[in-house]
Ligand binder design. Structure first.
Ligand code: NI
Ligand code: MN
Length: 237
């Protein structure tokens, strides 16, 4: 169903999201395909990846960054610390940045914003420091903005993000335990003020208990906010 967002949002399971603009340029956030129990065939079938944005170093967000970067020659956008790590692995076209900054990659402008979480890269059984976790506000061709929150708890400046960037869509984690649950995500949705919420980071493991149905229920008194529940591999635009 088209909601005239001007961008196609495809959920690739767990926290992986593919954004495709009107010109067919494709940006992937937090690719995790190998070992992702909810990865749909669409994730392996991606023919074009212009840029990869990374919110933090945890394996369920970072697992397929290097394979995808090598296969597609994509630009990579991430925090400074992860950029140094990737450059050390011989990955080219890595763009390190920090919160508050905006970069253009893959035809989209991405502004790095705050997230409350942790960030590390596991290698050889050891956790390596991987900078601060983040979210992104994307501005696509045509001007549509999407707030992709990354793994995060709720924080008051989500209201500021809503006021500053006026996103049409907010892509929020709802699974609980490692991120916001439904109770917090519903409050976050009210603060952000986007007309549509795309829930992610749910349904992958039994420990992630938040569901889109429960989020819809928690927002039943907010008819101006639509919960757009996708199945892995499904798109909305
Ligand atoms: Ni995480
Ligand atoms: Mn995660």
């Amino acid at each position: 169903m088209s909601r005239n967002w001007g961008v196609t949002i495809t959920w690739l399971g767990h926290a992986s999201v593919l954004y495709t603009d009107a010109s067919g340029r494709s940006v992937v956030v937090d690719p995790w395909i190998e070992g992702n129990p909810s990865s749909p065939p669409a994730a392996k079938a991606m023919k074009r990846v212009d840029a990869i944005f990374i919110t933090h170093g945890h394996g369920d967000h970072f697992g397929d960054v290097m394979p995808l970067a090598k296969r597609h020659g994509a630009d990579i956008v991430c925090n400074y610390e992860i950029s140094v790590y990737l450059a050390g692995k011989g990955i080219e076209k890595v763009h390190g940045m920090n919160k508050g900054g905006t970069i253009e990659a893959g035809g989209v402008k991405g502004t790095m914003v705050h997230a409350i979480h942790s960030s590390s890269i596991e290698e050889g059984g050891t956790q390596h420091y991987a900078g601060e976790p983040c979210g992104f506000v994307f501005e696509f061709e045509g001007g549509t903005r999407v707030y992709h929150a990354g793994d995060t708890g709720i924080f008051g400046d989500m209201k500021l993000i809503g006021e500053l960037y006026r996103p049409a869509v907010a892509v929020l984690p709802i699974g609980d335990l490692y991120t916001m649950g439904v109770f917090e995500a519903a409050a976050a949705a009210r603060m952000i003020g986007a007309k549509a919420i795309v829930p992610i980071h749910h349904g992958t493991f039994p420990a992630l208990t938040g569901t889109p149905a429960a989020l819809r229920d928690a927002l039943r008194d907010a008819p101006g906010i639509e919960v757009v529940a996708l199945k892995p591999g499904d798109s909305a635009s």
